[in-house]
Write a protein that binds this ligand. Structure first.
Ligand SMILES: Cc1cc2nc3c(=O)[nH]c(=O)nc-3n(C[C@H](O)[C@H](O)[C@H](O)COP(=O)(O)O)c2cc1C
Ligand code: SF4
Length: 415
């Protein structure tokens, strides 16, 4: 397929922002932060995707807006002013390569642990424990809610000051959607009960954020539109929330999630792993796009270019998230453009990357040793100045990698 015919390579206009193609990396915390800041390692990791041709990289994963939302997995501290220059440097490097940069903001709600950071009480809509992180949250009181709304607004202001192209709110398994879901909201005040009441916090947050950043800054929401859970948010209510958000004129895109993440088994349905069905929620995201007639982004095991192309060609998505696919190979778009799809290093879905943020404190990829090590290990092997004969002894992972690197240096020098 020629580049000019490829649906994936067509630009996308989001408000004033022209995204150069349809491929993005959705927000994911690789736990490369240092003291809660996106320093060199974080920057080089995103800059590599930008070099590889991606249109939009959504940074952080759950950057926390409040001090009392203790970071659970290396989350960035969006509540600190010192984050601004670090993010500006990251954004500048990506912009230089023509990639847009946004960030995900959140209050983790009950999805964190009681013994992290300052040991402040974990807060949620209702005091219902999350099995995965195991804290017993305190029900958010009026003054908590007011403070957190202000925190969202000032974090958004910081992100705008850093020169980012936009932000998205995280609304699945965290505080914001904790108010939406009947599984986590048992309140009897004006924040519980009817859907209008359960959405009250969301409207207050977006109003405060709009007041802080103005109407032009891009603000989206990564939201669950069906918890697929007996006691949770139904598809009917979830799609209704999407409809109301789209119609409100306050948001610029929806990034659709299906499922719930309070246990590891449930999380696997949202972030499907090896051996599970490919792109299981793509049709659902397409339904939401049809219902809302609003820009829709989505990621969930769209790991190969053919499926991503299908998602755009069939009008299911505006922007396709290929997130772990870019952890495995940050140069996907460049290879598509060069007619080298067959050289893309595939993500197999082992999800070692995600497991490692908890167990090893950093995301690493079983298929690509250079990911997260950009400062010392190149993704693209530079041309050898001189040909050499190399004999590799041993065909374990290290030997095979040595042979691959040697061969790719030779292949480049022969061009
Ligand atoms: C290491 C890692 C951390 C993640 N952290 C977040 C997060 O903080 N917020 C979020 O919305 N999604 C997070 N995700 C989910 C991804 O954004 C994405 O939805 C998921 O990987 C499925 O898309 P994929 O199949 O294209 O990888 C994370 C994923 C990974 C691999
Ligand atoms: S560790 Fe596995 S799932 Fe994660 S990016 Fe690498 S190949 Fe994909």
């Amino acid at each position: 397929m020629q580049s000019h015919d490829d649906p994936l390579l067509q630009p996308y206009q989001l408000k004033h922002l022209r995204l150069k193609n349809r491929i993005m990396s959705t927000s994911h915390e690789p736990a490369y932060s240092e003291d809660g800041m996106p320093k060199q390692r974080y920057r080089l990791y995103h800059a590599e995707k930008a070099k590889g041709g991606i249109a939009l990289t959504m940074t952080a994963g759950s950057a926390v807006v409040s001090r009392e939302s203790p970071p659970a997995f290396g989350n960035l501290h969006a509540y600190k002013d010192e984050i601004v220059p670090w993010l500006r440097e990251l954004a500048d490097d990506c912009h230089e390569q023509g990639a847009a940069v946004m960030i995900q903001l959140t209050h983790l709600g009950r999805r964190t642990s009681w013994n992290k950071a300052d040991w402040l009480p974990v807060i949620s809509a209702s005091p219902i424990r999350e099995p995965a992180h195991r804290a017993f949250p305190k029900e958010a009181e009026d003054w908590d809610i007011e403070r957190i709304i202000r925190d969202y607004a000032s974090a958004a202001e910081r992100m705008q000051a850093a020169g980012l192209d936009g932000i998205e709110f995280e609304a699945y398994g965290h505080l914001m959607d904790g108010f939406w879901s009947p599984a986590t909201n048992k309140r009897e005040d004006e924040y519980g009960g009817s859907l209008d009441n359960r959405l009250r916090f969301t409207w207050a947050v977006i109003d405060a954020v709009r007041e802080a950043v103005g109407p032009d800054f891009i603000v989206g929401i990564r939201m669950v539109a069906d918890e697929d859970w007996e006691k949770g948010l139904s598809k009917q209510e979830g799609v209704e929330i999407a409809r109301q958000i789209a119609a409100s004129g306050k948001f610029d895109f929806l990034n659709i999630i299906r499922g719930h993440i309070d246990t590891d088994a449930a999380l696997n349905e949202v972030i499907p792993i090896q051996g599970m069905r490919s792109s299981p929620h793509l049709d659902f995201a397409g339904e939401v796009r049809r219902e809302t007639k609003f820009p829709v982004f989505h990621a969930a095991r769209i790991a190969d270019v053919a499926t991503a192309r299908h998602a755009v060609a069939e009008g299911k998505l505006d922007m396709v998230g290929m997130t772990r696919a870019h952890i495995a190979d940050p140069h996907i778009v460049r290879k598509i453009m060069a007619g080298e799809e067959h050289l893309i290093r595939p993500c197999v879905g082992a999800t070692y990357c995600l497991d490692r943020i908890y167990e090893g404190g950093e995301a690493l990829c079983i298929h690509n040793a250079a990911t997260g090590r950009e400062s010392s290990m190149p993704h693209v092997i530079s041309k050898a100045s001189q040909s050499k004969s190399v004999i590799v002894i041993g065909a374990g992972p290290a030997g095979l990698e040595a042979a691959r690197v040697a061969a790719s240096a030779r292949r480049q020098s022969a061009r």
